[in-house]
Design a protein around this ligand. Structure first.
Ligand code: ARG
Length: 257
């Protein structure tokens, strides 16, 4: 009996060591542990140009390129998984993805479930309206206007707080909210400034209000347990900043006016 137990224990130990071996990245030269050995699995929601969007069947954009540059520095292969914005934090927190990059705003609430890397960009929540709209500033939204937002984004959270749940329409994608504005289902859309510029350029008759709503910082999200990956990502980001690579990626997608 004792022997059987010992044998089982040995088998379990052997298995758990094998497990470590396959999730460590010894073979690829990287020492950082990831969900799949040698691979940096990134969660995103690829309907957020210029940060992430589809070019044919490829996900491209600022976040995709930053993640690729970070993965290169870590000796990992980048794999991008597209999902609902709402699922990104859950996917990272539950250990399905290693990292989330999605123009994700740093908030205290989100910090309860994941760690944020150092910030790599700034975002501003702005208001898109129809060109002939009587909404001239953020304050005009207080008059019971219907506001379209992307579900679970900071725009969604702030608008519910400021203008009441009954005035906020949540859409699973940012462009669905913009389509609702075009067809007159909502009076305004609150969304991040860079995607807003893209949507306004792609659709006739829309404009962005001059008054900004909220300024925020974007960062990558990482599982709370994997502080080793957090440190490695922050180091890589710092190097990319120092090398001018970060600016290069951002200015490839955002033309300063
Ligand atoms: N910055 C906003 C937030 O964190 C919106 C991000 C939406 N990103 C996306 N890839 N759809 O809530």
């Amino acid at each position: 009996m004792k022997k059987t137990v010992a044998l089982i224990m040995t088998a379990i130990l052997a298995l758990s060591f094998a497990g470590c071996g396959s999730s460590g990245n010894a073979a690829s030269g990287s020492s950082v542990k990831t969900v799949t050995g040698g691979v940096l699995t990134m969660a995103t929601n690829a309907y957020f140009p210029p940060y992430e969007y589809y070019d044919a069947d490829q996900i491209v954009g600022i976040d995709a390129e930053i993640a690729k540059a970070v993965a290169d520095k870590l000796g990992l292969e980048l794999k991008i998984e597209d999902m609902e914005f709402d699922s990104i934090i859950t996917s990272v927190a539950s250990g399905k993805a290693d990292i989330g990059l999605a123009g994700m705003t740093v908030t205290e609430e989100r910090k309860k479930n994941i760690n944020f890397s150092d910030s790599y960009a700034t975002g501003v929540q702005v208001v898109i309206v129809k060109e002939d709209s009587d909404i001239k500033s953020v304050d005009d939204l207080y008059n019971g206007k219907k506001i379209g937002v992307q579900l679970a984004t900071t725009g969604d959270i702030y608008c519910i707080d400021d203008f009441g749940q009954e005035n906020v329409e949540e859409y699973s994608k940012g462009n669905d909210a913009v389509m609702a504005l075009v067809s007159g289902k909502v009076d305004a859309v609150v969304i991040d400034n860079e995607p807003a510029k893209n949507y306004v350029a792609a659709n006739e008759g829309l404009r962005i209000l001059d008054t900004e709503y909220v300024t925020e910082e974007y960062a990558a999200v990482i599982n709370k347990e994997n502080t080793e990956l957090l440190d490695a990502v922050n180091k890589a980001l710092q190097e990319l900043k120092a090398e001018g690579k970060l600016d290069e990626i951002i200015s490839k997608y955002i033309k300063s006016e």
